[in-house]
Design a binder for this molecule. Structure first.
Ligand SMILES: [Zn+2]
Length: 282
């Protein structure tokens, strides 16, 4: 009898240990489940925050270096636009728009260079309006300094581009060298600082024009004609990549012929080069 009782007690204590063990296991599994469920909920919340941050285009700030990843850890923060700021701190996109400022050189009482009855101000306006149309066809927003034969003050031109937060400023001119009418070709002028990598943009435009066909690609130049220590106002006063495109010599027969006969192709080429370049900065 004593042996049977001892066996029963051992069986009872073994069953009790097994039950306690099972209970502990169930509790542990429950705790684990609760922890996992709560963590999944947090991840969902973070994902919800990340989506609008990456696509937001409001309130640009030049000094804002907060990344979208950092912002996602703090749902109470205002969305930032860091993904829309370029290397020089300007907003390359405003509400998804590519904004280009086209400046037709001279105008009104300022005729620019002259060759008999041919005036630079008329040539620049014609090409500028065509470039504007081509850019708009590509989907860009175009700001112009003038669309008619009006005189715009020199410093008002870059101001118009700055006020519009343009992504690039292209000033169209024609060159002149009456002392030697055989001098020909297209060249671009940028600021000596090469702000916003204007050199790259200018080179892209010239390469495009080269493939359309120009008398000569005279390359990208810094400063201003005859003065290596001074920039043109349009380049020094603008806060975005900018350049002056001296589109052939008004004093050269071949350049004038090309200008007139290929103007629509030139306009297409300039528009595409600028538009593609700005898009590539994203
Ligand atoms: Zn000019």
């Amino acid at each position: 009898m004593a042996k049977r009782r001892r066996r029963r007690r051992r069986r009872i204590s073994l069953e009790a240990v097994t039950r306690i063990g099972l209970l502990i296991t169930i509790i542990l599994v429950l705790i684990l489940c609760i922890v996992l469920i709560s963590r999944c909920g947090k991840d969902d919340e973070l994902d919800k925050v990340k989506v609008p941050v990456s696509g937001t285009t409001t309130t640009p700030s030049g000094n804002d270096s907060t990344s979208a990843e950092n912002t996602s850890t703090n749902p109470t923060d205002e969305p930032t636009t860091s993904s829309n700021l370029n290397a020089y701190g300007d907003s390359i996109y405003d509400d998804g728009q590519v904004i280009i400022c086209i400046d037709a050189g001279h105008g009104g009482i300022d005729g620019g260079s002259v060759n008999d009855s041919r005036l630079e101000k008329d040539d620049t306006l014609k090409l500028s309006l065509m470039v504007k149309n081509e850019l708009e066809a590509l989907g860009a927003t175009v700001i112009t300094t003038r669309t008619t034969d009006t005189d715009i003050a020199l410093y008002d031109r870059p101001s118009i581009a700055n006020d519009a937060h343009a992504d690039a400023l292209i000033s169209i001119h024609r060159n002149s060298y009456a002392a030697d009418t055989s001098v020909k070709g297209v060249e671009a002028w940028i600021a000596r600082s090469n702000s916003g990598n204007s050199n790259d943009l200018a080179a892209a435009i010239l390469a495009g024009l080269d493939s359309v066909g120009i008398s000569r690609n005279r390359g990208v130049k810094c400063g201003s004609q005859g003065n290596d220590n001074e920039d043109y106002a349009i380049n020094s006063q603008s806060s975005m990549p900018s350049l002056i495109l001296e589109f052939g010599f008004i004093t050269n027969y071949e350049d004038n012929n090309l200008y007139d006969s290929k103007m629509s192709e030139y306009a297409k080429s300039i528009a595409k080069s600028v538009y593609d370049w700005v898009l590539a900065q994203q």
